[in-house]
Each structure stands twice: as structure tokens, then as C-alpha cells.
Design a protein around this ligand. Structure first.
Ligand code: FES
Length: 178
């Protein structure tokens, strides 16, 4: 075999190897980029979505503020305004509105601060009780006994044009510092 034959045999092989390496590098880079987008998209979406909700979807009217009788606590059901019509029952939510006096309220999330079971209001004992593990809260939402580490979470509220509105753009929780 001449030197010329050896050179001419090695060149196509090296080119094919480099081509294969280049293809694998490009494929690996592309798959890594796709994986990165798939991981990052939900995180970015969750971070920015609340800020994208129109302001009208964040404050939800629960009706005239004069509808509530001072000294009472009432369960109010509502649809999450940021949801889509085909969300079905997952769009349904509820809160307890406590009217302390005319124009002065507390609005509690129904979910227990322990593991999230819906609590129930007992007007006679003036206590919220959780059916799951026996958590008990006073009427002002503070923890009375049981496993909950804190009181009930509260919605921010305001009176706007005579209506009681709650900030419903995000469910109340520890992230709100409530
Ligand atoms: S979920 Fe309410 S006490 Fe555990």
C-alpha cells in the first residue's frame, strides 16, 4: 500500500468521525436546551402568572358590605376569578367572613393551617373546628388547640364602592406573611 493510499483512506474516516461527533454534540445541546425549557417554563410561569392577572381579577366582590350582621361569621362560596370556565369544581373556593362591626371584617381561608382540611364554623361555641385531626380555632382565627401550628390564614379585604372585596389573586398562605 503506498503512502498516498493510506492518506486517502484516513481522510474520509476522520471526516465521518468529526461529522458524527458534531451531530452528537448538536443533538446533545438541543436536547439539553429542550430539557431546560421544559423544567424552567412552569417555574417561570408560576412566578410571573399572578402578576399577569388583570387587577379586576385580583379583587373579588363578595357583595355589599352592609350585607353582614355584626357579630356573625358566614361561609361564602365563590369562583376563583383567575380560573378558566373548564376548570370545573377546582375553580370553586370558599371563605369565612367574620363581621366584627359595621365596616370591620376578617376573612378567613377555609383550609386548616395544619394540612389543609376545610374547617367548620360552630356559631354556638364560636369556634372553628377541623374534622381531620381536631384542630380548633377561636372566632378571630387564632389557634386554640390541636396540631395546627398557627391561626387560620386570612384574605386581604377592602371596602370598595360599598362592596366588601377580598384579594383573590392568590390564596392566602405563608407566602403572604399572614
Ligand atoms: S388538617 Fe386540620 S388539624 Fe390536621
Amino acid at each position: 500500500m503506498s503512502e498516498r493510499d493510506t492518506v486517502s483512506d484516513a481522510t474520509p474516516s476522520a471526516t465521518a468521525s468529526e461529522s458524527r461527533r458534531g451531530f452528537l454534540f448538536a443533538a446533545g445541546t438541543t436536547l439539553t436546551a429542550i430539557g431546560g425549557v421544559l423544567v424552567a417554563a412552569p417555574i417561570i410561569g408560576a412566578a410571573v402568572a399572578p402578576g399577569l392577572l388583570p387587577e379586576k381579577d385580583k379583587w373579588l366582590s363578595l357583595g355589599a358590605s352592609s350585607n353582614w350582621t355584626p357579630g356573625t361569621t358566614v361561609l361564602v362560596k365563590f369562583l376563583n376569578p383567575g380560573g378558566a370556565p373548564d376548570d370545573g369544581v377546582t375553580r370553586e373556593n370558599a371563605c369565612y367572613v367574620r363581621c366584627i362591626e359595621a365596616g370591620k371584617f376578617q376573612v378567613f381561608a377555609v383550609n386548616c393551617a395544619h394540612l389543609g382540611c376545610p374547617v367548620e364554623w360552630f356559631a354556638q361555641s364560636r369556634l372553628f373546628m377541623c374534622p381531620c385531626h381536631g384542630g380548633v380555632y377561636y372566632e378571630d382565627g387564632s389557634r386554640a388547640s390541636g396540631p395546627p401550628p398557627r391561626g387560620l390564614f386570612e384574605f386581604a379585604w377592602r371596602i370598595q364602592d360599598g362592596a366588601l372585596e377580598i384579594f383573590s389573586g392568590r390564596l392566602p398562605g405563608l407566602q403572604e406573611g399572614t
